[in-house]
Structure formats: structure tokens, C-alpha cells
Write a protein that binds this ligand. Sequence first.
Ligand SMILES: [Zn+2]
Length: 132
Amino acid sequence: MLVHDTVGTSRSQAEIDQIRQSLQARYDELSAEYEQAVLQSQVLRLVEVGDTAGDDQADSGTKTAERDTAQSLLRTILDRRAQYEHALTRLDEGTYGYCEGCSSPIPVERLEIFPSATTCVSCKQTRERRAA
Ligand SMILES: [Zn+2]
């Protein structure tokens, strides 16, 4: 069922190269963002180790919140980077642009907004409902 070329989703090599470039660029950006966030969270930890002595409760609560935020930011960046990595793998396999759930072509408009999307909107919603 991989013959979907009736709706204009079959891509030329040039298009594939272009998609790969933009996915790769975004992947590299996220890698840089991740490194930056790691550095920031390390700074946060150093500050915390440095001045816990004079802390009152409110202060250490704020710091815990800051650290949680930093950690969830790291996770978010890693998740997004993994999505781009996955999209690149699918591009190499020739399945990029097809939904992983129902194998229908993902609308081009969706891919323009979310180049790393590997499911159509309705499969994504089904997954999210299942995960929730
Ligand atoms: Zn689908």
C-alpha cells in the first residue's frame, strides 16, 4: 500500500533533499538548544549548591521549581529532537509524509507547519487520547 502517488505526494529527489536539509537544520538547532539548556541547568545546580546555607523555605521552593522547569525543558527538547531524528529516518526509508497510524499521506500543509509530523491529525488525536 505504498503507491500513493495519485494525490501528488510522490516526491522528487530534489524535494527529498530539501526536506532532509530543513529537518537536519532543525535537528541541529535543537541539539544546540539542548546543550544550552544543559549548561543553564548546570549553572542552576551550581548556584544552588553554592548558597543553600542562607535559604529560607520560599527560596528553596523557587529553586526546586526552577530546576523542574529546566528539567522539563530538557525533556521537551530531547523529545522534539527525537521526532526530527525519526522523521529523517522515515525520509531515508521512503515513508516520510505517510501516517504511521493509517499510512495515508499526511497533508502537505500539516508537514509545512510540523515537518517532523509522522502521523495525520486524527491518528495523533487517537494516540493522545490513548496516552491520556
Ligand atoms: Zn493516520
